[in-house]
Design a protein around this ligand. Structure first.
Ligand code: ADP
Ligand code: MG
Length: 231
């Protein structure tokens, strides 16, 4: 049996107070197997981003259990969760989230330095090379195109070699051909390294490239179509 990298059981979460209270996640069950690429789709407001935040331990749940790479998050302190996230999960956002006053190289080195790697800058240089940005290491984010900034963000997310990469609309701020190149890079690198990929997307073509699609609606995961079984 392949190992489960993600196991959510009966996860519910309500956010906001008073009239703005929203049941953002309602009894969500989700198991993702190591090495699988999963696309999460669904209308705006259906809870996709919140689900990714829960996977990353960035949002605490009200009820249920979240187990990522064998670690159950519920009992951990904030410091323990931060350390867990650093070694287990890479995150890529729609709007890149690079640190503006750091060079590409420094941005990629940040999680490595946090992990105490003395060779952080050497690894960061190799990771930038791997995403095709060997000639841009001393550029600041403001000196890079959107596609280049997303490459830096992917290098930063993957540099600590996490078993899980999560991406929230990673191509949403890019034109179609740049988005396609970024998707190619994410899929090929994840496949090469055996990284489990979970991505949220509005783009049906991008979702279709994932081995599995999960649809959300109003905080719930909709029944999945039976997967094709070939004899
Ligand atoms: P998606 O990524 O699918 O567009 P989100 O996960 O961002 O959806 O949000 C799901 C729902 O939860 C939305 O209706 C949103 O308004 C609501 N929501 C998200 N964060 C909060 C919050 N901090 N307080 C109240 N409601 C929130
Ligand atoms: Mg969202």
């Amino acid at each position: 049996m392949p190992e489960a990298v993600i196991e959510l059981k009966d996860v519910s979460l309500t956010l906001g107070e008073g009239p703005s209270r929203v049941e953002v996640l309602r009894k969500v069950d989700l198991t993702v197997t190591a090495g699988e690429a999963t696309g999460i789709v669904g209308p705006s407001g259906s809870g996709k981003s919140t689900l990714l935040m829960v996977l990353a331990g960035l949002e605490r749940i009200d009820t249920g259990t979240v187990t990522i790479a064998g670690e159950t998050l519920g009992g951990k302190s904030e410091d323990e969760i931060a350390a867990f996230r650093g070694r287990t999960i890479g995150i890529v956002f729609q709007s890149f989230h690079l640190i503006p006053n750091m060079t590409a190289l420094e941005n990629v080195a940040v999680p490595l330095e946090l992990a105490g790697r003395r060779d952080a800058f050497a690894i960061a240089a190799r990771e930038l090379e791997a995403v095709g940005l060997g000639a841009r290491v001393t550029h600041y984010p403001g000196e890079l195109s959107g596609g280049e900034q997303q490459r830096v963000a992917i290098a930063r997310a993957l540099a600590p070699r996490p078993p899980l990469l999560i991406a929230d609309e990673p191509t949403g701020n890019l034109d179609q051909s740049t988005g396609q190149q970024i998707a190619d890079l994410m899929f090929s690198t994840a496949a090469e390294r055996g990284t489990t990929l979970v991505l949220v997307t509005h783009d049906p073509a991008l979702a279709a490239r994932c081995a599995r699609q999960v649809a959300m609606r109003s905080g719930r995961i909709e029944a999945e179509p039976a997967r094709l079984v070939t004899a």
